[in-house]
Write a protein that binds this ligand. Structure first.
Ligand code: S6P
Ligand code: ZN
Length: 183
């Protein structure tokens, strides 16, 4: 294939030439801790939690897939808006996150039970090593925009997280960001 060129819209975070996907609270039922707050949010307009745009490329090991994500500010109960979070289907693939704007937390864990939380802020770069599930929460008052790149054959396993959840959740309590142990 030929090289390609795209552009990030700094306002929306959308990547030109990409395919945009929208995730609302109703797409995430069961992922937030407070089920009543989830139902209430859906009943009260089912807000958009995040959007992400990826450029369609061959899903093969010698390619690098990439995309941008915009998580809007907000909470479901005490829990900050976040991505679904996933393992890569091919567990032996990593990922790089570059934060463009906003304030976030990158929450990671392994199936062996290790956990890690890294701050995301404009200019922060995080490496998600192979075997770590990853989810991002927006802990600020503005949209959180970041760029991600990962091997083409990684694939996405959402089912494991949907079943077992993350061990840690990111919540607001008394104006502070708290990492709460789910286990
Ligand atoms: C893909 C990468 C991101 C996410 C995006 C949405 O490996 O981690 O592009 O797809 O941030 O999150 P999620 O958990 O719904 O895929
Ligand atoms: Zn990923």
């Amino acid at each position: 294939m030929k090289p390609l060129h795209a552009q990030v819209d700094w306002e929306s975070g959308v990547l030109s030439q990409g395919v945009k996907r929208v995730r609302r609270v109703s797409d995430m039922i069961g992922l937030y801790h407070d089920e009543a707050a989830e139902q209430q949010a859906v009943a009260e307009g089912d807000p958009i939690v995040y959007e992400y745009t990826t450029i369609e490329l061959p899903e093969e090991a010698n390619h690098v897939l990439f995309g941008t994500t915009t998580i809007f500010p907000g909470r479901v109960g005490s829990e900050y808006y976040m991505t679904k979070g996933h393992y890569h289907e091919r567990r032996d693939t990593g990922e790089v996150y570059v934060c463009f704007s906003g304030q976030g937390r990158l929450v990671m864990e392994t199936e062996a039970g290790q956990t890690e939380v890294l701050a995301m802020f404009p200019g922060s770069v995080a490496y998600v090593p192979p075997h770590w599930a990853h989810r991002v929460s927006n802990v600020g008052d503005d949209p959180l925009l970041f760029f991600a790149a990962f091997p083409g054959h990684a694939g996405h396993d959402y089912g494991t997280i949907a079943q077992v959840g993350f061990r840690l959740r990111v919540e607001e309590h008394g104006g502070e960001v708290l990492i709460v142990d789910n286990t």
